[in-house]
Design a protein. Structure first.
Length: 526
């Protein structure tokens, strides 16, 4: 059994961690652990600190040490399951969660994380059934109702999802994420009483930063729907600014990464490696900026009898992290290692497959940064670049709070530079390997859908099927922010949404530079 009373110096560290005084907490915990290296409570606190600053591998190692010392320390095991979940290692997370639920069968937090983990593996109906069992026994759990709403939304049960979010807010009106979840459906319009409730929640001095910025994003959407762009932008700007304080993002680092990729990837580089990698043609990568229409493209492709839609898969970035000194380390790979990496990608993604269709979609937008890796380890894969007018695309990102990732999207200048760097790398690949990437310009897809769908299917090497034009009738789970939009026919007004906000977007336009003026073409000197 673990002692429940903290020594004074460990209590000091715990208070510093609680108050987010992380350097002070880290020093105190390390000093304490020098004196008592077997205190699982201190090890768990240090793991929590590592997790907060994004050092998930360090956090995992510390938590494994804590549960090794104290196997019955369920709080540490719960933290370990969460860290595994955040690293997209869902099967390992489930193993820990099953141990936890066996030890604490009535703990709603364990069931909540297990249901979310099942959802990540595509077991949506099993996840929904688990939520319903837990909520039947413990109905006064607002965050559980919210998570249940997320799952219902994913499978297309929008009305039930809205009801679940509303139930969460009935139990806790200051739960900012539930308000944002309603806004994020894109189909809900807030009335006067909703806006008053959100404003009252924001006025509560007891709410935390997470509730506050979620409320700002939701209020931004509420006022945008009411055609009050200045009030809407004030909330979007406040939510983004607060969220930005919690993230580490360096636009210079992204620029250097793209420069390094462009220097590495030459015609000779690929000529010397012809025939490398796995020859599988299964994957179809849809990549580019978030909010550029990738979910729509995936829904069109998933309506084809030969193509399975999955989601934004984490596996390619995980493989990139295995390569020392990436991207420079790509030059050190052997032919055998390139083939192994391609085959490992196929093995890892197999857990997401639910049909026997020969092709599948990986729609993680950020994979644009790994196009050189894709071409090296999976040269038979199809690459689709989803591109949208830069101001429309970037502003759509600015008013979107992402559940995770996309740290570039919380400042207008960061976002403009990120879009520009994405275009720079894709333009370079077009030059050195012409025709290897098929580009779908969102505005063209909206203007002449059938023509662009036929071109898209041709690029994927499959024949035309009429179902791809009635994609909104295709029943499948959609886990991204566009889940409700792709269940409707193509909407033609989205690319005008940024215009009422134009006077606020100068930092974005300055960072984008001539990329705006030349769109959809690319500046010759980029």
């Amino acid at each position: 059994m673990l002692a429940t009373r903290f020594p004074p110096d460990l209590m000091t560290a715990a208070l510093a961690l609680h108050d987010n005084r992380l350097p002070e907490a880290e020093r105190a915990l390390k000093d304490y652990l020098k004196r008592d290296p077997f205190d699982a409570r201190a090890i768990r606190m240090l793991a929590e600190l590592a997790g907060r600053i994004g050092r998930l591998k360090d956090s995992e190692a510390l938590l494994r040490r804590a549960v090794e010392i104290a196997p019955a320390f369920t709080a540490a095991r719960a933290n370990l399951a969460l860290v595994l979940y955040r690293q997209n290692r869902a099967i390992e997370a489930l193993e820990e969660l099953d141990r936890l639920i066996a030890a604490e069968p009535d703990h709603p937090g364990h069931a909540n994380l297990k249901a979310a983990t099942l959802g990540r593996l595509g077991a949506f109906e099993e996840a929904i059934a688990l939520y319903e069992r837990v909520l039947a026994d413990a109905p006064a759990q607002p965050k559980l109702w919210m998570s249940y709403g997320h799952m219902l939304k994913t499978v297309g049960r929008q009305a039930d999802g809205v009801a679940a979010y509303r139930k969460a807010l009935e139990l806790s009106s200051t739960l900012g994420e539930a308000w944002w979840s309603l806004a994020n459906l894109k189909t809900v319009r807030f009335d006067d009483s909703d806006i008053a409730a959100m404003q009252a929640a924001q006025a509560d001095p007891a709410i935390g930063d997470e509730d506050r910025f979620h409320l700002d994003f939701a209020l931004g959407k509420a006022f945008e729907d009411r055609r009050e762009p200045d009030r809407a932008f004030a909330h979007y700007a406040a939510g983004n600014a607060l969220r930005r304080t919690q993230l580490v993002y360096d636009a210079d680092e992204t620029e250097r990464f793209v420069d390094d990729c462009r220097t590495l990837a030459t015609p000779d580089f690929f000529a010397e490696r012809a025939g490398w990698g796995s020859d599988a043609r299964d994957p179809i990568f849809i990549l580019g900026m978030p909010r550029a229409g990738s979910t729509l493209i995936e829904q069109i492709l998933a309506s084809h009898s030969a193509i399975e839609g999955t989601t934004e898969l984490p596996d390619l970035p995980a493989l990139a992290r295995k390569i020392p000194n990436y991207p420079h380390g790509l030059a050190e790979l052997t032919s055998e290692r390139a083939r192994e990496l391609g085959e490992e990608y196929l093995r890892r993604t197999a857990v997401q497959r639910r049909t026997d269709r020969p092709r599948f979609v990986d729609k993680l937008p950020n994979n644009w940064a790994h196009v050189v890796l894709i071409r090296l380890i999976l040269p038979g894969a199809t690459i689709i670049d989803a591109r949208r007018e830069p101001r429309a695309c970037c502003f759509s990102n600015f008013k979107q709070h992402f559940a995770r990732g996309q740290a570039f999207s919380y400042a207008l200048d960061d976002m403009g530079r990120y879009y520009r760097d994405y275009v720079r790398l894709m333009a370079h690949l077009d030059r050195i390997q012409p025709g290897r990437v098929h580009r779908v310009v969102h505005e063209a897809l909206v203007a002449d859908t059938e023509l662009e769908v036929r071109r898209l299917l041709d690029a994927c090497g499959v024949g035309f099927e009429p179902a791809c034009l009635t994609f909104h009738e295709t029943e499948r789970a959609v886990r991204t922010a566009s889940s409700e939009q792709v269940r409707q026919p193509i909407f033609t007004g989205g690319d005008r949404a940024w215009r009422p906000f134009a006077k606020h977007l100068d930092p974005l336009v300055a960072a984008l530079g001539e990329v705006v003026e030349r769109y959809p073409d690319v500046p010759a000197n980029l």
